[in-house]
Write a protein that binds this ligand. Structure first.
Ligand code: SF4
Length: 420
């Protein structure tokens, strides 16, 4: 295989992989000064986080962008007229090892279009991971995409070599999937998830008894949903996430705004991309559910089916529930402190620790790094001067927005702004 052909394949298959955000990726601009194989600029290097929170650079590619399916929302769909390419198993192994030795990457994120069948494709993804581990003694991070419909045996093997496995739900609702990917069945996504979940539990419990039991997908499993391709509300999206988190012990759900790329009448028109801010608000809601004790119905319900893009979902909830405030910082339970806009969980823990020794006032809170510009409207403390002055929710919202210098006005920030 010539150097040029490998480079061309890498260009095609790294570009095709960029639509998958389930490795928490961001583009890398790592240059190769020596001009050897693997000029990584824009060639599929992304960042991800390991189980212990380390940030790692990954080679992010598809094994192939040939696909027997025709999902309307996907650039790889068989009816799309694009350049196609496929790597051999050994080529991916060699690329990974070469990039790894040159310190470009610390791991591999490998996905694929489905060629021939789910098992035929999954077998090759597993073969890459197996060769890397057993023949190359590769100890870097490996994230494998599970192919919908893959057999239990292959999923079991995949978990023995990969750190993380993920299968994309793709469309949040079953009706949406029927409309945009009629050949696909929801059960085909569920089946590998169930297998991985059960094996993780089994291996963990065996490890307690037999120390030499190998790890099974130690980074757990995740999934991705495409947002805005099938007209679903934020409420429907978050209920789907909630279901998958609870039912399959997922580590993460990723939300990827659909970018219209075709003139298919079933899809939103070209030029109507989902605002980055909608993704951002969904991630914030997801965060509130996982770490702040919120239930989906508190944030999204029949009355509020979509998130307010102007304010984050915690502030939105607080503005609709003003009767639950002000919260006394010196007495409130952890659950209520966590619901105060401007208080992140770190601040909550600092407050709980500090108030064991003294009553806290605004100065103490400021020194702890609490975002008082929002929190002051929802808190009372030793100083007692409460800032809300009997404003209604909408009045308070406009006051906060007026006084906001960055967070709520930069509505198209490309970065995730999670909570302080
Ligand atoms: S099966 Fe996957 S790769 Fe193939 S068209 Fe559907 S979403 Fe794209």
């Amino acid at each position: 295989m010539s150097f040029e052909r490998t480079q061309e394949k890498l260009k095609i298959l790294a570009d095709a992989a960029k639509y998958d955000v389930s490795c928490a990726s961001s583009g890398s601009k790592r240059n190769n000064a020596s001009k050897g194989l693997g000029d990584a600029t824009g060639m599929g290097i992304c960042h991800s986080y390991t189980e212990d929170g380390r940030c790692v650079s990954l080679l992010k590619i598809l094994l192939t962008n040939y696909c027997i399916f025709d999902c309307a929302y996907c650039v790889t769909r068989k009816s799309n007229d694009i350049k196609r390419a496929a790597f051999q198993v050994q080529e991916v192994v060699d690329l990974t090892i070469n990039f790894y030795r040159r310190n470009y990457i610390e791991g591999l994120f490998l996905s694929s279009g489905i060629f021939k069948s789910a098992d035929y494709t999954m077998e090759r993804l597993v073969a890459v991971a197996k060769k890397l581990r057993l023949e190359e003694n590769f100890n870097g991070y490996i994230h494998l995409k599970s192919i919908p419909g893959a057999s239990d045996e292959l999923m079991k093997e995949a978990g023995l070599y990969a750190d993380r496995l993920s299968v994309n739900i793709e469309i949040p609702t079953e009706e949406g999937l029927k409309l945009l990917a009629p050949e696909k069945r929801r059960e085909d996504f569920i089946k590998p998830m169930v297998k991985v979940k059960n094996e993780i539990i089994l291996y963990k419990s065996e490890k307690k008894l037999i120390k030499s039991t190998p790890k099974f997908a130690p980074g757990g499993q995740s999934t991705q949903m495409i947002i805005g391709a099938s007209g679903e509300s934020d409420q429907q999206i978050m209920w789907t996430s909630n279901y998958f988190y609870k039912k399959f012990n997922l580590k993460r759900v990723y939300y990827s705004g659909y970018i219209p790329i075709s003139y298919d009448a079933r899809l939103p028109q070209i030029g109507t991309a989902v605002p980055m801010l909608r993704e951002n608000r969904l991630y914030q809601t997801d965060w509130l559910m996982r770490f702040y004790g919120f239930e989906v119905h508190e944030i999204l319900n029949q009355e509020h089916q979509n998130l307010d893009l102007e304010v984050d979902p915690k502030l939105g909830w607080a503005l609709r529930n003003l009767e639950q405030f002000p919260v006394d910082v010196n007495k409130a339970e952890k659950r209520m402190l966590a619901r105060v806009p401007g208080l992140g969980m770190k601040s909550v823990y600092k407050i709980i620790e500090a108030r064991r020794f003294r009553n806290l006032n605004w100065e103490h809170l400021q020194r702890m790094g609490v975002a008082l510009n929002r929190a002051k409207y929802f808190l009372i403390c030793e100083s007692r001067n409460f800032e809300r002055r009997d404003l209604t929710g909408p009045q308070l919202k406009s006051l906060i927005l007026q006084n906001s210098t960055s967070k709520y006005q930069k509505v198209l920030s490309p970065q995730l702004n999670l909570f302080d």
